[in-house]
Design a protein around this ligand. Structure first.
Ligand code: ADP
Length: 606
């Protein structure tokens, strides 16, 4: 745990640099001024003879002499003016320091946010397969906010420690004996209350756990809202929500109980200790009343500092789990980095330029084996397949046969366990990965559109796309006619994930967006499965227009989509069981492909 703090503190130091020391210096100055302002009032008043301090007062002969040159009223005014001046200066500096603290904190958290987010986006695909996406949301929102809060608390704690040290120093100057007593009681109490700090961390662990479940739950439920509503699952989900909210509530209350508990102990101890001091001073040691005032002064200044430190420690402890979680994610994403290129990492202009690959010959899978992490069975086994350039290749097979996995391998999203993927005869290496991916246009089954205008959605892939280029892409994907009919045309905002468009329209828009990239390889992953025949026909026509210019890879459930395919790869249980032209395979009546064709024809005829 301490190593986590150490890590983040080093990071903070790295991000903020020398300003951190200036901040520390300002804290010391502010602490001094506050200390002087308050502590000096009584002795200064005694200095000009307002009342007698006895032996424990301060004696600064030159100051006394200086002050005694003025009239009594003048002396009082000077002392009080100095007091106002010091405290106002302190307040002003305090403000500057708070602003600087906020800057340091915000800069720190911004850097951390950016680092976490970019490390996530740069992690390889297989990393995302093992993780829940809601956990990333949770970390990027709640946990990072806690880290931010924790950092600010640590800065405050540093300030608090410096203030306290200064005040202890000043108090020592006033009365070493009394200060030692107060200090000893404070330390004793701190040791006695140690276990509360540990308990605060346990509560913090639970806070992370609950908020993670909360995020996971709400993300899942809203993703599946249609299923929830249509199957009338609302009440069971509301019950779950109620339960998790109660757990969160209990957790926060528990922390509050703990924190206020130790505060209570501190205050009660303060009352007891001060009462004991006063009793001993008056009855046993016969201390003059002015010294009694000093005792109360020292105590009332120092003790709340101890209380605040205890409270701060508990808060920081409760936030330690967030520090751990953010650090863990960073380590994991670093380990799962897709491209290990230090130049790209820094995002500098020196990073390698991305040059799309023009496919000339085709793609080859050479004896490819692949297993998903944690799975014993091979999703792909000894796969040999070739995909000719500029042709249309269909990958068919039953659900779970390995079609999507094969496409992921071809796109370089996952790496083969053994075997190679060859692009124009050259193995797909890490150096080539980004070039290769920039040549691919991918349309999934669940097309993703952002909640913004169609124009913005298209510009996402090409910020400089002209109006004409956009319309060309739209015409190409058979979407120009429906976009023209929309109330604001290209500027129509499409709802959350494009909900106000039909599945087919969304699909065609995504295809248009993909086409704007001028891909040399177009991958359609069951992109037409959910479409009706008319929409499917339109996509089909779009593909026909592309044939001969672009390498097309289609996964299709419905074999009607691929009737013009130049090549068909039939997968079954992770193996290629047939490969050849559409006509050739459909003629082979004993083959799986013709059986699949018959089955679909039969189903369509029913
Ligand atoms: P298809 O696209 O043909 O339906 P997939 O390529 O999705 O098939 O899946 C091939 C096999 O790999 C299936 O047995 C499936 O259960 C398994 N699989 C797919 N995705 C994962 C995953 N993320 N983790 C573990 N196994 C997976």
């Amino acid at each position: 745990m301490i190593s986590e703090l150490n890590y983040f503190m080093r990071k903070l130091h790295h991000i903020s640099g020398p300003i951190l020391y200036w901040n520390l210096l300002a804290m010391i100055l502010i602490g001094l001024m506050e200390g002087i302002g308050i502590y000096m009032l009584v002795p200064m008043l005694s200095l000009i003879g307002v009342f007698e301090m006895g032996s424990s007062g301060i004696h600064i002969p030159w100051l006394t002499e200086l002050l005694h040159q003025f009239s009594e009223n003048g002396q009082l005014l000077i002392v009080l003016l100095a007091f106002v001046f010091i405290l106002s200066g302190q307040a002003w500096m305090q403000r500057l320091q708070t602003i600087r603290n906020t800057r340091i904190q915000q800069q720190f958290i911004r850097t951390l946010r950016l680092e976490t987010y970019s490390a996530l986006l740069r992690a390889q695909w297989s990393f995302f397969l093992q993780k829940r996406k809601s956990d990333f949301n949770h970390i990027l929102t709640t946990e990072l906010a806690r880290v931010s809060q924790g950092t600010s608390l640590i800065l405050q704690m540093a300030a608090s420690l410096i203030f306290t040290a200064i005040q202890i120093g000043l108090a020592f100057w006033l009365s070493a004996k009394l200060t030692s007593l107060v200090l000893a009681s404070g330390l004793l109490l701190f040791v006695l209350l140690r276990k509360f700090v540990r308990r605060a961390k346990q509560i913090g662990d639970q806070t992370s756990e609950f908020s993670q479940s909360y995020y996971y739950g709400i993300t899942e439920h809203f993703n599946g809202i249609k299923d929830i509503k249509s199957n009338m699952l609302e009440s069971s989900h509301i019950r779950w929500f109620d339960r998790i909210c109660r757990q969160i509530e209990r957790n926060v209350v528990q922390f509050s109980q703990l924190n206020t508990g130790t505060q209570l102990i501190h205050r009660v101890s303060a009352a007891i200790i001060i009462a004991a001091f006063i009793y001993l001073s008056l009855q046993v040691m016969s201390v003059p009343p002015a010294n009694l005032l000093l005792i109360i002064l020292i105590f009332s200044r120092l003790w709340p500092r101890f209380t605040a430190i205890q409270s701060n420690l508990e808060y920081i402890s409760s936030m330690l789990p967030a520090f751990r979680i953010v650090r863990e994610l960073k380590d994991q994403t670093e380990k799962n980095r897709e491209i290990r290129d230090s130049k790209i990492e820094k995002g500098t202009s020196a990073s390698r330029p991305i040059v799309p690959i023009e496919l000339v010959d085709g793609i080859m899978c050479e004896d490819v084996n692949y297993r998903y992490e944690g799975s014993d069975t091979y999703a792909l086994k000894n796969v040999q397949a070739s995909i000719p350039a500029q042709g249309m290749t269909a990958i068919v097979g039953k659900s779970g046969a390995g079609k999507s996995t094969l496409i992921d391998l071809i796109m370089g999203l996952v790496k083969p366990e053994s075997g190679r993927i060859l692009i124009d005869g050259k193995p797909l290496t890490e150096e080539q990965l980004l070039n290769w991916r920039s040549s691919i246009g991918y349309v999934s089954q669940d097309p993703f559109l952002f909640h913004t205008s169609i124009r913005e959605n298209l510009r996402l892939v090409d910020p400089d796309a002209s109006e004409e280029q956009m319309w060309r892409a739209l015409r190409f994907s058979s979407s120009a006619s429906f976009v023209r009919k929309l109330p604001q045309g290209l500027d129509t905002i499409i709802g959350d994930r494009g909900i106000r468009l039909s599945g087919g329209e969304r699909q065609r828009l995504v295809l248009a967006r993909t086409m704007l990239r001028n891909p040399s390889v177009l991958v359609l992953d069951e992109a037409t499965s959910a479409l009706d025949s008319e929409n499917e026909q339109q996509i089909h026509e779009a593909l026909e227009r592309l044939k001969g210019h672009v390498t097309i890879i289609v996964i299709a459930h419905r074999l009607s989509t691929i009737r013009t395919a130049d090549r068909v790869i039939v997968l079954e249980e992770g193996r290629v069981i047939q490969e050849g032209g559409y006509q050739q395979l459909s003629m082979d009546s004993s083959g799986t492909f013709s059986k699949l064709l018959h089955m679909q024809a039969g189903a369509a005829g029913q």
